[in-house]
Ligand binder design. Structure first.
Ligand code: NA7
Length: 533
C-alpha cells in the first residue's frame, strides 16, 4: 500500500511554510495541515494590541530568495503583528504555498503504521492522511494555557487569551479591563491598551526584567540601504549565537572598572532590541555576581521610571536575575504604571482566590471587569507536540518518552519514531526564529532527499545517537543561570502539574556550533542515523 503523500507537515507558521517550499522544490507530494483558517502560526494567532517583533524585522525575513529580499519593504525596525502576517502571506502567495495547505484542520494523532511503513495522521474532524514522512512544525509557543485559578469558567464578561485574540477589532475604550500575567506578551499589550481603557488592573505574580525596545520607523531610503546590506546582515546573523545582530561582548563585567561597566550598560539600555540581553558582558548570564550587578543597574532604571516607589519595588524582580527568563522588550511599560487608570496588584501580597462571574477576587478585594485578558502563556517547547497523540513503533508514545524531559538526536530525530523529522522542537538550535528555522528545514529536506534517492524506506536514530545528543545538550546547559530558573524557557508552567521543575529544553551552544555539529553529522554519512533498520 502506498501512502497518499511523501511529506505531511503540521503547522503553517514560519517553519512549516518554508518546509512546504523546500518539499515542493524537490517535486514531492506534500500537504500541510493547519488548525487556523489562515497561514502565519504565531503571527496569525497573537494579534493582541501591541504584538510585534523583538528581533529586528530586517533580520527576521526569509533569506532563501534574493527576489523576496528585494521585493519586501519593512516599515518598522520591530514590525507589528499586522505587518508580519502580511509578509508571510506575501511569501506564501509568491511561492504558491497555500495550495498545499489544508486549513481548519487540527491534527489529533499521528501513528506509524509498521505494516506499510507510513504515518497515519488524523484530524479532529475525522480525516485521515497517510504519508511516508511526517514533519511536525508545530512551534514552541503555540499551546496556550489558561490559568488554573478556581472558577475561571464562571466569568460572565468577555474574556480573551492573548494567543486567541479575535480577528475583529476589540473595542476596549472606556472599559474596565483586568489582565493576568506580566510576561513578554503582557508587557507589549499593557502600555498599548492603557491608552484607551477606562481602568486597567494588572495581576502580577512574578515581575520580569524588561528593557526598552526603542522601535522606530524605517524610511524608504533606509530600507534601500538595508537591502544593499542584506549579505552582510545575514552573514552577521550566521555568526552570532542566537542569529541576531547582537553578539556577546568579550569583556567580563567583573574585570572592567565600575565606570566602564556602567557606561556600557547605559549604552545598551539606550540601544534597540535584544543587544542588552544577547550582547552584554560575557559573564552576565553565567556569573551570579555579574548578574546581580546588572540586575541592580536595571532596578535603578525601574525606580527612575516608576513614580510611586511602592509600585516600583513591586515591579522589580527579587527571585531571579536579569536575562535568566525571557527578557520582555517594552515600549512605555513602566510609564504605564504612572497613569491614574492603571493599577498593579501583586498577588503575592494579596493572593488571587478565584475568578467569579463578575471578575477576580483576591484575599482582600473583589475586582469587577467588562473584559478579562489572560496573558498567561504557553505549555512551551514540548506542549504542542504532546497535544498530538504521536505513536511510534510498538505503541510507544512521544509524550511518555519525554515525560522526564525531551530526548532527541539533534532536536530532529527520535528513536522508535521513524521518518518523523521534528522541525524546531526541543534541543534544537533555537534563536532568531526564521534564521534558525531556515537551517533546520534545509537539514531535514536534505535528509528526506537523501532517503528518497537512496531508496531508504525508514530513517531513524539510535539509542547512542539520542544519548550522545541529549548528554551534549544537558552538559552545554550547565552553568547558564537561565537553566536554574522556572520559566517557559525551562519548560516550567505552574498551571500544569507535570511542568513544575526547570529542565534544560534548549540547545545552548550557540547556533554556529549547532550548525557545525549537524553539518558534520551529514558529512559523515549521517552518523547515528540508521536507514532501513
Ligand atoms: P509567559 O512569559 O509564560 O508569561 C505568562 C505570564 O502569566 C507570567 O507572568 C505568569 O506568571 C502569568 N501566569 C500564568 N498563570 C498564572 C496564574 N495561574 N496566576 C497568575 N499569573 C499567572 O507568556 P507570554 O505569553 O507573556 O510570553 C511567551 C513568549 O511568547 C514570549 O517570551 C515571547 O517569546 C513570545 P509567572 O511568571 O508564572 O509567575
Amino acid at each position: 500500500m502506498t501512502p497518499d503523500l511523501d511529506v505531511l507537515i503540521v503547522g503553517a507558521g514560519v517553519a512549516g511554510l518554508y518546509q512546504i517550499y523546500q518539499t515542493k522544490k524537490m517535486g514531492l507530494r506534500v500537504k500541510c495541515l493547519e488548525t487556523a483558517p489562515k497561514i502565519g502560526g504565531t503571527w496569525y494567532w497573537n494579534r493582541y494590541p501591541g504584538a510585534r517583533f523583538d528581533s529586528e524585522s530586517w533580520t527576521y525575513g526569509y533569506s532563501f530568495s534574493k527576489d523576496l529580499l528585494e521585493e519586501w519593504d519593512w516599515t518598522e525596525d520591530f514590525a507589528p503583528q499586522t505587518e508580519t502576517e502580511k509578509y508571510l502571506n506575501f511569501v506564501a502567495d509568491k511561492f504558491d504555498l497555500k495550495s498545499s495547505i489544508e486549513f481548519n484542520t487540527q491534527v489529533s494523532s499521528a501513528k506509524y503504521n509498521e505494516e506499510h511503513d507510513f504515518w497515519e495522521i488524523r484530524s479532529t474532524d475525522g480525516k485521515c492522511f497517510t504519508s511516508r514522512f511526517f514533519v511536525p512544525a508545530v512551534g514552541i509557543l503555540s499551546a496556550a494555557v489558561m490559568p488554573n485559578i478556581p472558577g475561571v469558567e464562571t466569568y460572565k464578561g468577555i474574556s480573551y487569551h492573548t494567543h486567541k485574540w479575535p480577528q475583529k477589532d476589540v473595542d476596549l475604550s472606556g472599559k474596565k479591563v483586568g489582565i493576568i500575567g506580566t510576561g513578554a506578551t503582557a508587557v507589549q499589550i499593557i502600555p498599548e491598551i492603557s491608552k484607551v481603557v477606562d481602568h486597567l488592573t494588572v495581576f502580577q505574580r512574578t515581575p520580569n526584567w524588561c528593557t526598552p525596545l526603542h522601535n522606530k520607523k524605517i524610511s524608504p531610503e533606509r530600507m534601500r540601504e538595508i537591502k544593499g546590506n542584506y549579505d552582510e546582515i545575514l552573514e552577521l546573523c550566521r555568526q552570532t549565537p542566537g542569529c541576531y545582530i547582537h553578539s556577546t561582548d568579550p569583556r567580563a563585567a567583573l574585570e572592567v572598572s565600575e565606570r566602564e561597566r556602567l557606561e556600557f550598560w547605559e549604552k545598551l539600555y539606550g540601544e534597540p532590541g535584544f543587544g542588552i540581553w544577547q550582547g552584554n558582558f560575557k559573564d552576565v548570564l553565567t556569573d551570579r555576581k555579574a548578574n546581580a550587578l546588572m540586575s541592580d543597574f536595571l532596578a535603578g532604571k525601574i525606580r527612575e521610571r516608576v513614580k510611586d516607589p511602592v509600585v516600583a519595588e513591586r515591579l522589580i524582580p527579587k527571585c531571579h536575575g536579569f536575562g535568566t527568563r525571557r527578557v520582555p522588550q517594552e515600549s512605555g511599560y513602566y510609564e504605564a504604571f504612572n497613569k491614574d487608570n492603571v493599577e498593579l496588584v501583586d498577588i503575592n501580597e494579596d493572593p488571587l482566590k478565584e475568578i467569579n462571574e463578575n471578575g477576580v477576587r483576591t484575599e482582600n478585594n473583589q475586582f469587577d471587569f467588562d473584559i478579562l485578558i489572560y496573558a498567561t502563556g504557553f505549555d512551551a517547547i514540548t506542549g504542542a507536540f504532546e497535544r498530538i497523540h504521536i505513536e511510534g513503533l510498538e505503541g510507544k508514545l512521544l509524550k511518555d518518552l519525554w515525560s522526564d524531559g525531551p530526548v532527541t538526536y539533534l532536536g530532529v530525530l527520535v528513536k522508535d519514531f521513524p521518518n518523523m523529522f521534528i522541525c524546531m522542537g526541543p534541543h534544537s538550535g533555537l534563536g532568531n526564529y526564521t534564521r534558525t528555522a531556515e537551517y533546520s528545514v534545509e537539514w531535514v529536506s536534505e535528509l528526506i532527499e537523501y532517503a528518497i534517492q537512496e531508496d531508504k524506506k525508514k530513517v531513524e536514530t539510535t539509542d547512542e545517537g539520542m544519548d550522545e545528543w541529549t548528554d551534549h545538550v544537558l552538559s552545554l546547559g550547565v552553568g547558564l543561570l537561565a537553566n536554574e530558573v522556572g520559566s517557559w524557557m525551562t519548560g516550567v508552567n505552574r498551571n500544569l502539574e507535570t511542568k513544575q521543575k526547570p529542565k534544560i529544553m534548549r540547545y545552548s551552544g550557540g547556533h554556529p556550533a549547532y550548525r557545525e555539529f549537524c553539518d558534520k553529522v551529514k558529512a559523515e554519512g549521517y552518523r547515528n542515523v540508521v536507514f532501513n533498520p
